[in-house]
Ligand binder design. Structure first.
Ligand code: BTN
Length: 239
């Protein structure tokens, strides 16, 4: 293990690695930054109550990081997104970050991030769950926009390498923290060009101008009107 995480525990099957980790904190069984890995999840969760499909060909894990005045949940979310993008680029998969928590290749999703914050006594913990489609060759019909590394590269990928590379990228991003926002914007879908977006129920073309340390986006529409929006206000629509 590197400098940030104290312990890693492997399971064959869990309902959800996020739920398992949250329970450990709620029961006061852990006090440090922790990683939980599971080969299978029976009830993997995505954002906003969605389910997350994974099987033994995916890489699924959760980890915790203590929040401090110098490290917000959104900064961790940016670092996780960048780390995933770097890992994928290392395998020659050209991915982008779709705000706020998807990693996409063209119009398909290759990885997802679930960031949750819990308070235990006076300490706040950020619980981050990551699911990466690595060697999956088919997805359920109800998930038509998913893709795996194997489907793109047409070869099997070592799942342990994906996991190890992710944590080495994440640790270096969190230790440096320099240029997090700038680099996040560079890797962001809509960061350099106008893209379609559902804004408060209406379709508009927007360009993302900047992102704040607490996750607010500054967007510009084609008629140059500028808005500051949060994740529930916008949904970027893939063509
Ligand atoms: C999303 O795209 O909405 C987020 C998906 C996050 C999935 C991961 S898999 C490991 C961890 N455990 C869960 O139950 N969810 C996250």
């Amino acid at each position: 293990m590197g400098k940030i995480f104290n312990k890693i525990v492997y399971f064959r099957t869990l309902n959800s690695t996020n739920d398992y980790l949250i329970n450990l904190y709620k029961k006061h069984l852990v006090k440090n930054n922790f990683i939980i890995v599971s080969k299978y999840q029976k009830k993997g969760r995505g954002r906003i109550g969605k389910m997350w499909f994974s099987d033994s060909n995916s890489v699924t894990f959760s980890f915790s990081i203590q929040l401090t005045k110098d490290l917000s949940a959104w900064q961790i979310n940016m670092a996780v997104s960048l780390a995933l993008n770097r890992v994928l680029k290392g395998f020659c998969v050209q991915s982008l970050i779709k705000y706020p928590n998807d990693i996409i290749v063209k119009s398909q999703k290759i990885a997802g991030i679930l960031t949750e914050v819990i308070s235990v006594k006076k300490t706040k913990w950020c619980i981050v769950g990551v699911g990466v489609n690595v060697n999956n060759m088919r997805f359920p019909v109800e998930i038509p926009h998913a893709v795996s590394m194997k489907q793109i590269l047409l070869k099997s990928i070592n799942q342990n390498t994906v996991f190890d590379n992710f944590f080495s990228e994440l640790e270096s991003l969190l230790i440096q923290k320099r240029n997090l926002q700038k680099n996040y914007l560079l890797d962001l879908y809509g960061g350099g060009e106008f893209v379609a977006c559902l804004y408060k129920g209406n379709f508009v073309n927007v360009k993302i101008l900047s992102v704040s340390n607490d996750g607010l986006l500054k967007i510009s529409t084609k008629d140059s009107s500028i808005k500051i929006v949060k994740d529930e206000d916008v949904k970027f629509v893939l063509s």
